[in-house]
Ligand binder design. Structure first.
Ligand SMILES: C[S@@+](CC[C@H](N)C(=O)[O-])C[C@H]1O[C@@H](n2cnc3c(N)ncnc32)[C@H](O)[C@@H]1O
Length: 269
């Protein structure tokens, strides 16, 4: 587990001259933890594709609905959230512990700025726990070893991969990461994935291609088939992998739109 004061990552210089994924995402979500360079990159993106703001906010709403299902319907009390991002409203532990205060959450990210905000994520109910691990998604072994300090990985656990797998350049590698992480979790565990999708909106794809060439950490959109393949070997819950607003919309919410962000929830048999 990482102590924000002593971690080597905490002492890395936060580079404010290059736009950064977590900070741009925070800007689109309406947060304040970003720099002018992120705002410029975020505005350049929305000038081409304003729909990215809907994608960011719909992703957080999907996260809230999947966590709610996992706690209230599936009885899950342990969460491993990789690619956490900067704290915004409705973080995983807030949604889970509001429903079940004993819930235990491990957050994982490799961004030094996210690390400096770890304290905001480390707040917990007295009955539960939250912890922050400074690790790379490319290193499932390290993630699992650190997570085991807070979670009992012999008990069902939900792995949350929300807008992180696109940061892995190659789809086969991303699939292998999911396989390795899920292999360490017992039957009755869950996988929630949502990711930017290709094949829905050509303007989104153009904006993302331009962003990836801008010097920012690239994010690779995946086809719906590729996102669905992350759930191989799992029981995919209804309605399957769909555009995130269409995943179990709350009663009374506006008619869900088709957007370039797909996700689903699967159970390990
Ligand atoms: C687009 S944000 C998603 C944040 C949040 N999960 C959400 O959906 O709102 C991507 C996050 O992944 C993190 N990230 C990017 N590459 C990573 C890597 N190789 N290992 C761990 N985290 C990474 C970034 O720092 C950022 O916080």
């Amino acid at each position: 587990m990482t102590d924000p004061e002593t971690s080597s990552a905490a002492h890395q210089t936060i580079d404010t001259s290059v736009p950064h994924s977590a900070r741009i995402w925070n800007y689109w979500l309406g947060g304040k933890d970003n720099y002018p360079v992120d705002e410029q990159a975020g505005d350049a993106y929305t000038a081409v594709f304003p729909g990215i703001v809907t994608i960011a906010r719909s992703s957080r709403a999907f996260l809230r609905r999947t966590i709610t299902h996992l706690v209230s319907e599936a009885g899950i009390r342990q969460f491993l959230d990789v690619g956490t991002g900067l704290p915004t409203a409705e973080n995983t532990h807030e949604v889970a512990q509001r429903l079940a205060p004993e819930s235990r959450i491990v957050y994982v990210d490799n961004d030094p700025l996210v690390l400096t905000h770890a304290r905001a994520l480390l707040t917990s109910t007295p009955e539960g726990a939250t912890a922050y691990v400074d690790a790379d998604v490319m290193d499932p072994k390290r993630i699992l070893a650190s997570a085991a300090e807070t979670l009992d990985l012999g008990r069902p656990t939900a792995l949350i991969l929300s807008n992180i797998l696109g940061h892995v350049a190659d789809h086969a590698t991303a699939r292998a990461i999911v396989t390795d992480l899920m292999a360490a979790l017992p039957s009755g565990s869950y996988l929630a994935v949502n990711d930017g999708s290709r094949g829905v909106d050509p303007v989104f794809e153009q904006a993302q291609d331009a962003y990836n060439e801008s010097g920012a950490v690239p994010y690779n959109l995946r086809s719906i088939e590729e996102i669905t393949a992350y759930f191989d070997g799992l029981e995919l819950l209804e309605p399957g992998v769909v555009s995130v607003p269409m995943w179990r919309p709350e009663a009374g919410s506006p008619a869900p739109e088709l957007i370039g962000e797909h996700g689903g929830l699967g159970r390990k048999p």
